[in-house]
Design a protein around this ligand. Structure first.
Ligand SMILES: *Cc1c(COP(=O)(O)O)cnc(C)c1O
Length: 565
């Protein structure tokens, strides 16, 4: 088969009920593959099956998060493939099968995605669980998973007949072991048992790498002894200059060392990554979202009517400027009504459609600062008293081991007790694809408050923009590119030009102050006193940002700057 591009990712969100993703990275992978399919790119995806998903989130009365396995119906979506392959893990032979999901693009072209599965009778009880839990288990479990994904993934592609792949795209470092398998293939071709510099050069030509986080904990690394024992190869020690960093098997460095092209996921993130890894050439391709996936029904209908080719040519979303403004308002009102009705029915609340509504939903983890809005509750109460009522809709899961993330959720929920009756906050449990679509389209303003420079890109604000929901956000990640003050939304804090965090003794107090100032003096007065002015910002958010921060533009840039270089 002459498929040319293989896209490897630990998580890919393929359908709302397939629990094969946890959050932003998986959504991005899914949107990328949907972008491939729309463009008819000759590509194939590889990921793990994740039978038990990430986890299903419950929140108790105190605001504390609990989790349960999130199983899903595999046979309903996937077709089992006959071909089996094996990988060796700590001396054990582990059998792997693949399930196929077919991602269909707008022109009917299909990109197959293979989900690897070790739940086979031939395997030990432990090995049968290796493809159960996304980001679950301990370090050893993760390494085993990465062997299945990277090494097993390449072997499965070969077994399925994909011989002519010219680019292996590692979406984040989890799949970096695929380089070892490709090195082995090169060695076998030349009947060598150890790698030569030519082998390394040949593999490097085949591989490209996208790094996604400036947070050190986001980069996988394994103790050398564990790596040697688990992978069953001594040559890791001999080849440490390629495989390791500071005496550990480091997936990021492995990917960096064996990739021809490397990129970060927003312009600023590319610069930050370049600073983190000065010995490598790092480009940036800003993330985008799949517009057909994230446009809410009323907007789909409106775009279909006025911009018939908006799905084939996302750039043409700029022509929303020609749609009568009243129709944009009506579409937003419908999306907002859908959200509020749903929330009230689920949460026993009485939110209203005529109240200024903020949305904040994403992974709960310290740098995202979900509680920045609650930094000074007296101030927030005063703003609601003077300018107008506020509704806030929250959502987001903390990783089960992220105690501080869970504390953050609890703080957000507990702050409810200290609000005046002019602020209404609801925290929706189990944030996922469907909730994401509902919230990003249905609120009035999308809030994002990360501590710079930790937000590599962020994508939920792009989903909001497609639906005419402007962002009020810290200038970090994509918002450094997307924010045109008072036109597409509003900035919180300062535009910083140095690559490190803005210099301030207490950046959180500084940012909170800026957030309150913007709400009090700019955003809420516009919403309550100048609805026409607010509507103009909504329309520009679609025309300038919705049309540009798309998976289609992103994939076109990957094609021209990464795959065909
Ligand atoms: C889009 C999306 C994200 C990404 O959120 P950001 O903080 O903007 O990166 C996370 N989770 C889900 C379910 C999403 O749909």
């Amino acid at each position: 088969m002459s498929v040319r591009f293989a896209y490897f990712s630990m998580e890919i969100a393929l359908a709302p009920s397939m629990r094969t993703y946890s959050g932003g990275l998986g959504m991005l992978s899914g949107d990328t593959v949907r972008g491939f399919a729309d463009l008819g790119l000759s590509a194939v995806g590889i990921t793990l099956l994740h039978r038990k998903g990430y986890f299903c989130q419950y929140i108790d009365e105190t605001g504390w998060q609990h989790g349960e396995p999130d199983s899903w119906n595999i046979e309903q979506y996937l077709t089992e493939q006959e071909k089996r392959i094996q990988v060796t893990i700590a001396g054990r032979t582990v059998h792997v099968r693949a399930w196929e999901y077919r991602v269909k693009g707008i022109t009917g072209r299909v990109v197959p995605v293979y989900l690897l599965d070790t739940d086979l009778q031939e395997n030990s009880d432990y090995d049968r669980t290796l493809t159960d839990h996304l980001y679950g288990g301990d370090l050893y479990y993760r390494l085993c998973q990465e062997i299945v994904l990277g090494i097993g993934g390449v072997r499965m592609l070969r077994a399925l007949g994909y011989e002519e792949i010219t680019r292996f795209h590692m979406n984040e470092g989890h799949s970096a072991l695929l380089t070892m398998e490709l090195l082995d293939e090169q060695g076998q071709k030349s009947e060598r048992t150890s790698f030569s510099n030519e082998d390394i050069a040949a593999v490097r030509k085949l591989c490209v790498f996208t790094t996604h986080t400036p947070v050190p904990a986001g980069h996988d690394k394994f103790p050398l002894d564990m790596a040697i024992q688990t992978l069953g190869r001594q040559d890791i020690r001999d080849m440490c200059d390629v495989f390791c960093y500071k005496g550990e098997l480091n997936m990021t460095y492995l990917a960096l060392n064996l990739s021809d092209r490397i990129n970060g996921v927003a312009k600023r993130h590319g610069q930050i990554s370049q600073q983190m890894f000065p010995n490598y050439d790092i480009d940036s391709i800003t993330n985008g979202v799949h517009v057909r996936t994230w446009a809410a029904k009323p907007f789909v209908a409106l775009f279909d009517e006025y911009i018939p080719d908006w799905c084939e040519d996302n750039f043409s979303l700029r022509y929303v400027l020609r749609i009568p403004a009243s129709k944009i308002r009506a579409a937003h009102e419908e999306a907002k009504r859908n959200l509020i009705t749903w929330v009230n029915s689920q949460m026993n609340t009485s939110l209203r459609t005529d109240v200024f509504t903020l949305g904040f939903a994403r992974r709960a983890t310290p740098y995202k600062r979900a509680d920045l809005l609650m930094h000074d509750l007296d101030r927030l109460n005063a703003i609601a008293g003077e300018v107008g009522e506020i509704q806030v809709i929250y959502g987001g899961k903390a990783h089960p081991h992220d105690h501080q993330g869970k504390e953050q959720i609890k703080r957000v929920i507990q702050s409810n007790k200290r609000f005046s009756d002019r602020i209404h906050l609801v925290y929706l449990p189990n944030y996922d694809w469907e909730l994401g679509a509902l919230i990003t389209a249905g609120v009035d303003v999308w809030l994002n408050t990360p501590l710079p420079p930790n937000e590599a890109s962020g994508t939920s604000g792009m989903k909001a923009a497609i639906n005419g929901v402007p962002s009020l956000s810290i200038l970090d990640g994509w918002w450094l590119e997307g924010c045109i003050e008072n036109r597409t939304g509003w900035a919180i804090g300062d535009r910083y030009d140095q690559l490190s965090s803005p210099v301030s003794a207490d950046p959180t107090a500084h940012d909170a102050d800026s957030l309150y100032n913007k709400l009090e003096n700019v955003v809420m007065p516009l919403y309550y006193n100048d609805p026409e002015g607010f509507l103009e910002v909504m329309i520009n958010a679609i025309a300038l940002n919705g049309s540009f921060f798309t998976a289609q533009r992103m994939v076109l840039q990957y094609i021209s700057r990464v795959y065909f270089r």
